[in-house]
Ligand binder design. Structure first.
Ligand SMILES: Cc1ncc(COP(=O)(O)O)c(C=O)c1O
Length: 418
């Protein structure tokens, strides 16, 4: 950390913003499709709506629904709209959270408290059985909540192995997890098989649709063969679906849905042991930015199912061209059969980490993956659609350079996050 004292004197807006622009001059140019993750772009119109809505509710706080019935209405609409595209019944309930990790955290907390009430025979550390491809947020939440995650190897097609997961269920198990899709390989787990397992053993079933929740329903609507993954599958207890990914709204917005409003009492935290009176909050965060909820409502209302379907068509179409172009390069192969936009590719006889270095040298921010060793495309959005051909041309040149120079990589760092 640099040891800089807190500035004594203030700074006017103009030089201040000049400094901020200078600071971002080395950030990745994501609008030119150079970055595969972290930013979800749906075009200038959507960005303008999200920004304007966020700014209009910049100061309001969703901790106070009585003070801000506007935010309560927006949140109720967001939850109801999300429940309808994820085929939840009329008994469903939900909450807008700050992101996928918080939605997963709250699903784990709700399942834990449900198990305490409904499964009193469980003693010791309650367990969650998940495929090895599930997001690290499950382990992060387990760490905070005093739970344990048992990660189970995948089938050869990179999807969850329901039989192996059944064998991993123990008397301490409270929850089964599947992803729609999982981030590493972009495939949707066999949710009906996992939900059956949960039903048979009396367990909570969570589907992590943080990535797919706002893409899969529209990809299906335009004709892509999306396997069953939502509340239409009997036995799904909860789902996480991120608004700030393929919902295309401002950062700080996701949803957690519960199949039955009766489960909500295990979600909400209530406290009365201080001199200010009863405090109740359904989320991890206390204060919740009104802007994030307002922007999510505005983007959903602005796009409607038609707008999301148009975006899904463009993004899935780009994915099709991208995957075909990659497989047309000698020696490269897409990993598994991705169901949505996320995918990775590997090389049969070429060092993929050296290819990644060559792509970095050509100006792309490249993410790699460890199993199998390859390049990960992250979450393509409208920022990538116009640049697929450029990417493929650079990739062909990068592979040729690695082959010609018999290059191997200086680094095999596959870390993600900070
Ligand atoms: C499948 C999946 N679940 C959960 C998350 C966590 O979401 P967030 O980073 O918004 O907390 C991610 C993030 O990429 C993800 O890919």
């Amino acid at each position: 950390m640099t040891s800089t004292a807190f500035p004594e004197q203030g700074l006017a807006a103009e030089p201040l913003f000049a400094q901020m622009e200078q600071a971002r001059s080395t950030d990745v140019d994501w609008k030119r499709g150079r970055l595969g993750l972290y930013v979800h772009y749906a075009g200038e119109d959507v960005l303008a709506v999200a920004r304007e809505a966020y700014l209009r509710f910049f100061s309001e706080n969703a901790l106070g629904p009585k003070a801000f019935p506007s935010l309560k209405r927006f949140e109720d609409d967001i939850v109801a709209w999300t429940a309808s595209i994820l085929q939840a019944g009329s008994a469903a309930s939900g909450v807008v959270t700050s992101g996928g990790t918080e939605s997963i955290f709250l699903a784990m907390k709700t399942a834990r408290d449900w198990a305490r009430a409904e499964r009193p025979a469980i003693t010791g550390v309650p367990e969650v059985v998940a495929p090895v491809s599930a997001h690290p947020a499950f382990d992060k939440s387990a760490h905070y909540l005093g739970l344990r995650v048992r990660r189970v190897p995948l089938r050869a097609d990179f999807r969850a192995d329901a039989e192996a997961m059944a064998r991993a269920v123990s008397p301490a198990t409270i929850m089964v997890v599947g992803s729609a899709p999982a981030f590493p390989h972009g495939v949707i787990d066999p949710i009906p098989d996992l939900a059956r397992l949960a039903r048979e053993r009396g367990l909570w079933m969570h589907v992590d649709a943080c990535v797919g929740g706002f893409l899969a329903p529209f990809a299906r609507r335009i004709g892509y063969p999306i396997p069953p993954f939502d509340f239409a599958v009997e036995g799904v207890s909860s789902m996480s679906a991120d608004l700030h990914k393929y919902g295309f709204t401002a950062k700080g917005a996701s949803t957690l849905l519960l199949a039955d409003a009766g489960m909500r009492r295990h979600l909400v935290f209530e406290f009365d042991g201080w001199p200010r009176g009863r405090y109740a909050s359904p989320t991890f965060a206390g204060t919740r930015p009104g802007g994030a909820i307002a922007a999510a409502w505005a983007v959903m209302r602005h796009l409607g199912a038609e707008g999301y379907s148009r975006l899904a068509r463009a993004i899935m179409g780009a994915r099709d061209r991208w995957m075909a172009g990659i497989e047309a390069i000698e020696g490269l192969q897409v990993v598994g059969r991705p169901d949505l936009s996320v995918f990775g590719f590997t090389g049969r006889d070429v060092d993929m980490f050296a290819v990644a270095e060559q792509m970095t040298a050509r100006g792309w921010f490249v993410s790699t993956m460890s199993e199998p060793p390859g390049i990960h495309l992250g979450m393509p959005t409208m920022a990538h659609v116009p640049h697929v051909d450029e990417y493929l041309a650079d990739l062909a040149a990068a592979v040729a350079a690695v082959r010609a120079g018999r290059l191997s990589a200086a680094s095999r760092d596959v870390s993600y996050g900070g």
